[in-house]
Design a protein. Sequence first.
Length: 147
Amino acid sequence: MQHYKKSLMLTLIIDRIGIAVWVICLFLVPQIARWYDMYSNKESVFVQFVVLVYLAMIPSAIILFLLNSLLVNIKRGEVFEYKNVTCLRIISYCCFLIAALAAVMIYWRVLAVVVVTAFGFVGLLLRVLKNVFEQAVIIREENDLTV
């Protein structure tokens, strides 16, 4: 049980560090785009990169805050609840949205297919996990009614 609590706390800390990194990245995106253009030795994609990354930061913020909410619910012992199923559903949609935004970047940089594949795969895994949680909620509710 102690390992579980430590793991949960570590995950919460990592998520909150992710939120802090997200805030820092808000200000660094243009510099990262300039750096990428400077070292890519290809046509400039500064504008496309900045626009797509800023658009992707919206669903990534939603992901980070919903993960935090999900972890807090789990810490409270509220595991198999519909609110957690909703969090997982929205997080998966956000992953698919980021994959779609990265797919646009494939037009300029083929390497963006790696981001598309990663976020698409994570979105798919989360959909499966969401379905498992949803079934667990249904089973828990049925068990609560059985006396």
